[in-house]
Design a protein around this ligand. Structure first.
Ligand code: FRU
Length: 323
């Protein structure tokens, strides 16, 4: 296909209710600002799988030039996305996987590794002996499935670590966890698939007076108030497994695909354990990035101002020449 001069990306986003998703979209917009030839339209499904499929269908009908999907559930969007892909629309799967490899590119950290890292670090924190509880959100999303699989796989190698079970986030989450911890005083560590839930667990265990005894591992590691890095720094949780949002990288990949440049199909983002030993380095890096971002924004405004001056001077010159 020949190169076009303008492109539209359709972004089907499963949720937008938390800072992790907001960070993802900010990263996308930041990256898009370098490409005036590319516009992005986002449709948010608010965690509703049917709605997300309708929105994906609308994007297909609109004939977007490229589709980015962060899928609410692993299975339920698979055939529709395969359809879009085989009809010739390039598809980037972002963060949440589907049950197929029929897509143009994947961008995201490997959740199996996230779970494995959590399992290995749980063993380290417990010095090889103890009982762990796992907490997750929805059993049908790919991060939940893979974060669980990786964790269980890692724990299998430690004879002294006992797995107590998994609790799901429900409307009665706080009381469910409270009752579980009261009934199971042998729990030594809680692995929560999300820092948001890890913070609630931290509060619950403080209320029960067992926070000092229990270890907590979260996932996401965002900077910002009440987010993972701050929780680790303040000792509200013991560690978080970094799970980058991949917004910038998704757009970088989209740009390569649209501009017909070479790209990789699988783009695994970096994940690691963040604990009190390395949290300051992480925070310092984010601060530096923020400063650089602000400098770029200042330069962009300056350039726009200069452009304005240049074009009004040109206009004045044209008038003079015409006279
Ligand atoms: C945000 C979120 C993150 C998590 C990711 C998984 O909506 O729940 O906390 O790491 O989605 O897809």
């Amino acid at each position: 296909q020949p190169k076009k001069s303008r492109y539209t990306i359709g972004f089907s986003q499963c949720l937008m209710s938390d800072n992790w998703r907001k960070d993802m979209v900010q990263g996308m917009k930041r990256e898009l600002s370098f490409y005036p030839d590319i516009a992005m339209e986002m449709k948010v499904a608010n965690g509703d799988t049917k709605k997300q499929n309708q929105q994906i269908k609308e994007f297909i009908r609109q004939k977007v030039d490229l589709l980015i999907v962060s899928a609410n559930e692993k299975e339920a969007h698979t055939s529709l996305i395969e359809e879009a892909y085989s009809s010739g629309i390039p598809v980037i799967i972002l963060d949440r996987r589907i049950s197929s490899t029929q897509y143009t590119a994947f961008v995201g950290a490997e959740n199996y590794l996230v779970g494995q890292n959590a399992g290995i670090y749980a063993n380290t924190l417990l010095k090889g002996k103890g009982t762990v509880l796992e907490i997750s959100a929805a059993p049908t999303t790919s991060p939940s499935i893979d974060r669980h699989r990786g964790f269980i796989q890692a724990l299998k190698t430690y004879a002294g670590i006992h797995y107590s079970g998994i609790l799901w986030q429900t409307d009665t989450f706080d009381s469910t966890v409270t009752n579980y911890l009261k009934a199971n005083p042998q729990i030594d560590l809680i692995y929560s698939h999300y820092d948001r839930l890890a913070l609630r667990i931290s509060k619950i265990s403080a209320d029960l007076g067992i926070r000092k005894r229990i270890k907590i591992i979260g996932v996401d590691g965002l900077p910002g108030q009440n987010e993972g890095l701050e929780l680790v720094k303040k000792g509200l949780i013991d560690a978080t497994i970094l799970y980058p949002t991949g917004g910038e990288e998704a757009i970088q990949t989209a740009v390569k695909i649209l501009h017909k440049q070479p790209f990789s199909k699988e783009n695994a983002l970096f994940t690691t354990v963040v604990n009190p030993d390395n949290v300051n380095i992480m925070l310092a890096q984010y601060q530096k990035m923020g400063e650089q971002q602000r400098a770029i924004e200042r330069q962009t405004t300056k350039l726009l101002d200069l452009n304005q001056i240049y074009s009004s001077q040109r206009q004045a010159l044209t008038i003079v020449v015409a006279l």
